[in-house]
Ligand binder design. Sequence first.
Ligand SMILES: [Zn+2]
Length: 284
Amino acid sequence: MYEKVGNILKMAQESNTAAIAFICMDYVMARSVVYAAEATNTPAIVMLYPEHVTIQHTTGFKNHAALVKELANEVKVPIGLHADHDYTYEAIMHTIDSGFESVMMDGSMNDLDTNIALTRKVVLKAHEKGVFVEGEIGHVGLAADSDNHNEDLYTKADAAEKFCKEAGVDSLAVSIGNAHGEYKETPHLDIARLEEIHAATSVPLVLHGGSGIPDDQLLVAFSKGINKFNLGTEFLGKYYNAVAEFASENAGNPDPVKIINLPEYAQSKLQPYLEGRMKTLCHF
Ligand SMILES: [Zn+2]
């Protein structure tokens, strides 16, 4: 059942757990998430990374919003739809007009006051349309650049408090030792910092760069204010592996339309992985 992200995060907050937002570049990934959520009776969020439309052309904005809502309404469990990192007012408005009722305004590469001003402008317009807005304070950088070790980029509790109050965001992405992409070595979340941020704010907190953080650290973070957890790199890697296995298993298959069996095959490989992630990490 299609559900607003704000309601799913409220459920996560009440249960002291996190909903996983999975980056889905196409229908196969989205369908795998929706049916894994249904199989485990776990609310989940299908997330679009806008560059997958604008640069890699794996789907379209309107098309993606519609296909996720159609899939969501095939099942009973709550399924949310969210757009990940947009960086400008214009880009966010385009995403919203395409059918997304939950978006992220990432102004985190700017200084605090500029980030507040940019995000505030988005929030005012988005709220008029009933749209939920995630902001980011501190900066979640790239694991490839070892940004997860750079404490200068970490979120500070007093800045988070000011940002939430002045920008008016509905949820907040934090930088506490996490980074995007594949970590060079095991990351260590700064839990003491998370506790300070959680005490200084009241909105659900969001953890980006979820691939490769050990489960025990994640579960602690989810008990201390992280209510949305973004997972992309690991899931995309599993999808690639499924496609490679399909190609290898069908190498001698003379059927010229064998490609039509790829989506079902990939889903059969992805769904057990997704169900495992939900069972281990989400406790609604
Ligand atoms: Zn991110």
